[in-house]
Structure formats: structure tokens, C-alpha cells
Design a protein. Structure first.
Lengths: 453, 300
């Protein structure tokens, strides 16, 4: 075998080309980086009220378009401020902010809903906004209940760390065409709900009465069904230290609700997160679905407006309707911002009448700006109108979930969603599940009370 | 000039028996040689069905009109593709992913080649410990190192730069790539390199002229693995890149899902855009990939 070692011109050019390409790629890729400054504890600065601010949307996706529209309007009204939008999926938002809190790189403004507020506030990441709101024209134009909800969720120091943008509410969506065909009455009571779920199920034809949420987000939905049926109106007993989740009435309600699984629901519901649940309701033959206002537009796309309705949860004993609270969403100003004046201008602008109305119309949610809540579209979108009524007219008692507990997200998601699946597949009793949940909640509440002193 | 030390001559094959098909020497007839074809194709067909149905579902959502519940994508529409490419910046994400993928491929291959050569050809005191450390590094999940990596890149002013993702991806790809490459290099007889030195090469040119061409399957395997992994990897891009115009395809896909609502058509179209380059890469290199991985893994 003879080996030729002469250098061909082609062979010589190849490594040089590879090295050159690597260099170009590396230079391109490393250009324009920054130090990601802005971590928990940074005091930031008020700034000149001009320049660039970064906004992290805590629910990027279908809301991206409307945020970009609002930002374009803002930049037109404030030509010396440039807003950089970053849409982050809701599922990843907490971890992204937590990493930035440790390592730096926090934005100036971020979406901060009630469910995440306690954790961020506990890490000293957010700027109190009471003074700025007090001096703002927004002050008397925000829904007082939403402001109170965010104030309560903020860590117990009675400060406001997030300006509300919208409220959500649990909705029972049902297929009017299927109900009419089966001669069923509207599911306005829990008895009517169970009756309809049973009657609409025909497994041989792949038709089901209901789809239950067994995957991510299952606990809040189960709590809604429990309190709705039991009629218990408070999450804590009179002492404020003992939760009511394991009350015998709630245990009985959960047993009945979980009993729907596989009897009137698809077996695949064990892993149902909202995406799968909404997708199968929109594309299959399922009578009813519990979700919130956020998926209304998806159902309109799938059925139009004449084949389904979205109504508040069914009424329980004595015609009394009880629902658990949905987290109020809002905008927070991060303490590390070096341009707080411009960031506040953006928050003010985004929650003004016109922009708040535009945003909530697109998201199908209840506006926080009281002037926007009076706009005609609110009464035209039936689920939003009914939800707004339920939240304000006294017909519904809202059980406030303890979003203020720093451990709430861990307890209501990581720790107990797998256990709820065990309840669904029969390997754990509803009583044991709720007993454990109650124990964890009582401990978290006790720790919280001790921290508050 | 190099000659083989020993010329080996294979014995002549036995004469075929008249009524039986000829068999290669040393090859035993196996049960499946005589199995009816349906016993082979039916399980394969069922497996294929399970594999292809999800792909069909993605195509269906991507190509049918919004709101349609039809089981066939007709009338066909490309509006979801237009939407994600133009309105959701998938054109930019695609460019960024290509850049990250190619740069990771090049850096991983070049560094793994150098490291793999050292592991294969040199004996040094801590070689075993080094190999053990390389293997152990595979057990450390990327999420565990997020905050330290974030702080390092922040010090280097590389947050919001694709360079941070490329470096992180390369670092996480290197251990396995070096182990694989060292296996390939060990399969190349050292005497070939020695012969090249006798003919006037130095170590580098001998490696380039003699060894490198023989490593092609291994390099393709390692390079494609690095490309596909960095193409699909989500975590580093999510954490280190915040500017929308720097993000990559997996982050873009994830950001199509809101907390309460999902545009399934757009998500499916985005999924197809994300999958196509990987499918094309695999279609072209599958032959090399299988050869490469088996050679590096088994004979290493």
C-alpha cells in the first residue's frame, strides 16, 4: 500500500475553510452579548424616563400579537422609550425568573400574577407600587377587588407589588347542540351536571359527557368542583389556621367528582393538562368541559358561537354558587430595573382604559380598568359577561385560595398532582389525599403566620 | 512504500449442493430466513403505524384550516406556516438554530478529535481518572449547572449571545464525543501513522492524511449527534437568551403555548419547521451514522 503525502491544493483549502467558517460562526454568535445585570437585591434606579426597557410576558403565545400592538401604541405615544418584548411560555416563566433572580438578567417589567407574586416578593425582587399608583390617574380606575387580591398575595406586608391587568374565572363550557339533541336542561346545578354527563356518554360511539383534568393544573379544578358542591365558603376555618379542604363534605364531593373518571370521561384524561383537554373537547364529541375564560376563543374557532355556551360553575346546595378564586394577573416592576420611571410609564399605559380593554378583549378576560369593564364587547362575549357578573354582583361566593403562601405552587402542583392521579385511578382514597393536602397547607399556613409575627 | 507483513489467502468456498441455495462459509441458516414475509412485515407495519400516526396528526393540524375537524388536510392551507414564519419570528429562530447547530457541530468535532486522539494514542498518568471523569460528567443534568453557568456567562458578557448557548452545548457534548472518537481512532492501526512518518509526515500531517479520512463515519456520527442535540435542546437557549431575535426554534415552539389557550395549527406548523432539518440530516447520513456508532462503541 502506498501512501501519498503530497499536499493537494484541494486538501489544503478544506481545513482552512473549516477554520474560517468556525471563526465566522463564533464571531457572529458571540457578538452583542451583555452581562445580564439585574438580580435579586439590586436596587436599580429611577432613570431618566427615556431609553430602553425590557418586558417579559408571563404568558407568551397567543397573547404575543396583542402585546406587540400595545407596545407599538406605547412607543408611538412615547417616542423616546423603546420596549423590548420577550414572550415566555407560562410553564417556564417561574424558572426563568428564578434563574435571573440568582444569576442576574431580570427585566424592567414582567407579568406577575397572584400565583407567583408571593415567591417573587419574598425574594425582594419587586418594587412596591403604592406610591406610584397613588400619584397616578389610574388610582381610582382599577377594580378594587383585584387590587385587594394582589395586595393580599404579595407577602403579607400590605404592599402592592403588581398592578392588575385582568381577572379570570372558572367556566363550565357545554355543547348546546348535544344538550338539545339529548333533551337536556342547561347544567346550572350540580345535579343537572351529573345527569347530563351520564346521559351524553356513549362509549361505543366515542361520545363522552365530560372531560376531567388529571394532568397539570388538576388540583385547582378539583378544588373548584369540591367547594362548588359542598357549599363551604372559606378555605380556612374560623381560627384561620386549619384548612377546610378535608372537611367531610369536601371529601364526599371529591369522591363523587372523581367517580366521573372513565365512567363518563375518556380514559386518557388521567394525563389531561389544559392543552389536551381543550383540544379533545374542541375536536371530539364531549358534552362538557371545565376551564377558564382563556380558552373561549379556541372554542369559538372550533364550533362558532352557536354550538356551545360558557356559564359560571353550577350552583350547589340551596341554589348557592361557590367557586374558588382564579389568580388575578398583573404587571410588576422589578426592583433591579435601572429605568423605573420609563417602566412605570409602560405599566400605566398598558392598564389604561383603551389598552386594558384591547388586551382583555383579545384574551377574553375581565378587565381590571373599571372604565374598560364598561365597554360593549364585555357584554357581547357571553362567558366574559357572566364571569364579570359572577365576580361582582354577589350571586357567587368566591373561596380565596392562599396564593400568598410561598409554598402554594409547590403544594398545589408538584407535591399533589401525582397523588390526585392516584385518586383517579383508585389507588388512593379521596380522604387520604385531602388529609395529606390539608396537613401540608396547615404547616405552610403556620410557618407563614410565624414569619409575619 | 508499505507492504503487508503476511499475505493471507482465504480457503476456497465449498461447492454448493444442488437442491439448496448456496451459503456463505461460516454462515448459519437462521429461522427468520425461512419465515413467511408477513411475519416480518406485519410487526414492522404496526410499528410504522404507531410512528407515523403522530406525524400525520401534526401534518393534519398544520395543513387544515383553523376550526376544521376534518380527518384529511383538505382544503389545504399554508396559513399556519406563514403565520409562524412571519408573525411569530420562526424565520429568525430558524437562522439562530442553524447557527447554533453548525457552530456546535464544528466546535464539538474539532475539540473531540483532538481530545480523542490524545486518549487513543498517548498514555498519561491520569488517563483512567480522566476517562472516569468524562463518563461521570454525563450524569450531571444541565439544569443543575444553570445558575453557575449563567453567572460565568454574565461575567463574560455573553448573556443574550448565541455564543453562550454554543459553548454550553459544546461542553455538554464533548465527553461522549471524545470517548466515541477515541474509539474510532483506536481502530485505525498505529502502524499506518508510523508508515506515514517514515514517508516524511510529521504527527499532524500524518494524522490528517492517513487517519482523518478513515474517521469519516465516526466524524459524521459525532457531528450529526452534536447538531441534532443542539438543534433540539431547549433549556440553555431559554435561560441564556432573552432577546426575541436571539432565540432558537425549541424556545419559539414553547412560546406558542399560553397558559389557557394554544393555537394548535401554529404549533403543528412550527413543529414541522423544527423537524424538517433533522429528518433531512438523518436521511442523508443514516448509513454513516449506524456504521460510525457501531464502530466507535463496540470496538473502542
Amino acid at each position: 500500500m502506498k501512501i501519498s503525502i503530497h499536499r493537494s491544493s484541494r486538501g489544503g483549502r478544506r481545513p482552512a475553510a473549516v477554520v474560517a467558517l468556525s471563526a465566522v460562526l463564533a464571531l457572529t454568535a458571540t457578538a452583542c452579548g451583555d452581562d445580564g445585570s439585574g438580580a435579586a437585591g439590586d436596587k436599580g434606579a429611577d432613570g431618566s424616563g427615556k431609553g430602553k426597557i425590557v418586558f417579559w410576558d408571563n404568558n407568551g403565545g397567543v397573547r404575543t400579537d396583542i402585546w406587540k400592538e400595545i407596545i407599538a401604541d406605547f412607543e408611538k405615544a412615547n417616542p423616546d422609550i423603546d420596549v423590548q418584548y420577550v414572550g415566555i411560555a407560562a410553564t417556564e416563566y417561574q424558572s426563568k425568573v428564578d434563574t435571573a433572580l440568582q444569576g442576574g438578567g431580570l427585566p424592567d417589567v414582567g407579568g406577575v400574577g397572584a400565583a407567583m407574586l408571593a415567591g417573587f416578593a419574598a425574594q425582594n425582587a419587586l418594587e412596591p407600587l403604592d406610591d406610584r399608583l397613588g400619584k397616578s390617574s389610574l388610582n381610582d380606575r382599577l377594580n378594587k377587588d383585584m387590587v385587594a387580591s394582589l395586595r393580599a398575595a404579595g407577602g403579607g406586608d400590605e404592599k402592592l407589588y403588581s398592578i392588575p391587568t385582568s381577572a379570570n374565572n372558572g367556566v363550565l363550557y357545554y355543547r348546546t347542540d348535544l344538550f338539545k339533541k339529548a333533551g337536556l336542561a342547561e347544567p346550572t346545578t350540580w345535579d343537572a351536571f351529573y345527569k347530563a354527563a351520564d346521559k351524553l356518554t356513549d362509549k361505543d360511539k366515542n361520545a363522552f359527557g365530560y372531560t376531567i383534568r388529571g394532568g397539570a393544573g388538576s388540583i385547582a379544578q378539583a378544588l373548584d368542583a369540591m367547594y362548588g358542591q359542598s357549599g363551604i365558603t372559606s378555605f380556612w376555618d374560623a381560627s384561620g389556621e386549619r384548612t377546610t379542604v378535608d372537611d367531610p363534605k369536601n371529601v364526599a364531593a371529591l369522591e363523587k367528582y372523581v367517580g366521573l373518571y372513565k365512567k363518563v370521561t375518556p380514559a386518557a384524561d388521567l394525563n389531561n393538562d389544559f392543552t389536551k383537554m381543550v383540544a379533545q373537547w374542541d375536536s371530539g364529541t364531549i358534552g362538557m368541559l371545565n376551564h377558564n375564560l382563556g380558552s373561549y376563543q379556541d372554542h369559538v374557532k372550533a364550533f362558532g358561537t352557536d354550538k356551545f355556551r360558557g356559564i359560571p360553575q353550577p350552583a350547589g346546595p340551596g341554589g348557592k354558587r361557590v367557586q374558588v378564586s382564579n389568580p388575578v394577573d398583573g404587571l410588576g416592576l422589578f426592583k433591579s430595573s435601572k429605568n423605573k420611571a420609563a417602566a412605570w410609564k409602560f405599566i400605566e399605559f398598558a392598564t389604561s382604559k383603551e389598552q386594558n380593554s384591547k388586551f382583555n378583549r383579545s384574551a377574553g378576560q375581565v378587565p381590571s380598568n373599571t372604565d374598560a369593564a364598561g365597554d360593549s364587547w364585555v357584554s357581547e362575549a357571553e362567558p366574559t359577561k357572566l364571569a364579570a357578573q359572577a365576580l361582582t354582583d354577589g350571586s357567587t361566593t368566591i373561596v380565596q385560595l392562599p396564593y400568598y403562601l410561598p409554598d402554594w405552587n409547590t403544594i398545589s402542583k408538584t407535591d399533589n398532582e401525582p397523588a390526585f392521579q392516584k385518586v383517579m385511578n383508585g389507588s388512593m382514597s379521596a380522604k387520604d389525599f385531602l388529609g395529606t393536602l390539608a396537613e401540608q397547607l396547615d404547616t405552610a399556613q403556620k410557618e407563614w403566620n410565624e414569619q409575619k409575627g | 512504500m508499505i507492504t503487508k507483513d503476511v499475505e493471507t489467502v482465504a480457503p476456497p468456498p465449498p461447492a454448493p449442493v444442488a437442491d439448496e441455495p448456496p451459503q456463505r462459509p461460516g454462515r448459519r441458516r437462521r429461522a427468520w430466513d425461512e419465515a413467511p414475509r408477513w411475519q416480518i412485515y406485519l410487526p414492522l407495519g404496526i410499528y410504522l403505524l404507531f410512528t407515523l400516526v403522530p406525524f400525520y396528526w401534526i401534518l393534519l393540524f398544520a395543513l387544515r384550516k383553523p376550526g376544521s375537524t376534518s380527518l384529511v388536510p383538505w382544503p389545504m392551507t399554508f396559513e399556519h406556516f406563514e403565520k409562524v414564519w412571519n408573525e411569530r419570528s420562526f424565520g429568525t429562530y430558524f437562522e439562530n438554530s442553524v447557527l447554533v447547530g453548525l457552530a456546535t457541530l464544528l466546535m464539538t468535532t474539532v475539540v473531540a478529535l483532538a481530545g480523542g486522539y490524545a486518549l487513543a494514542r498517548f498514555d498519561f498518568r491520569i488517563k483512567r481518572a480522566f476517562m472516569l471523569a468524562l463518563l461521570c460528567s454525563q450524569f450531571v443534568p444541565g439544569a443543575l449547572l444553570l445558575v453557575p453557568l449563567f453567572q460565568i456567562f454574565a461575567e463574560l458578557r455573553m448573556i443574550n449571545s448565541l455564543g453562550s448557548v454554543i459553548i454550553a452545548e459544546t461542553v455538554f457534548q464533548l465527553p461522549l464525543s471524545m470517548i466515541l472518537i477515541s474509539g474510532f481512532i483506536r481502530n485505525v492501526p498505529y502502524s499506518l501513522e508510523e508508515a506515514a512518518w517514515v514517508d516524511g509526515c510529521n504527527r499532524f500531517s500524518g494524522f490528517r492524511v492517513v487517519v482523518l479520512p478513515l474517521l469519516r463515519p465516526g466524524l459524521i456520527a459525532v457531528g450529526s449527534f452534536a447538531f441534532v442535540h443542539s438543534w433540539n435542546h431547549f433549556l440553555f437557549a431559554l435561560m441564556f437568551l432573552s432577546n426575541q431575535d436571539k432565540q432558537t426554534i425549541p424556545v419559539g415552539l414553547n412560546s406558542l403555548m399560553s397558559a389557557d389557550s394554544v393555537d394548535l395549527g401554529a404549533l403543528a406548523a412550527g413543529g414541522i419547521i423544527a423537524a424538517v432539518p433533522v429528518v433531512i440530516v438523518f436521511a442523508f447520513i443514516q448509513k454513516w451514522l449506524i456504521t460510525g456508532f457501531s464502530a466507535g462503541a463496540v470496538k473502542g
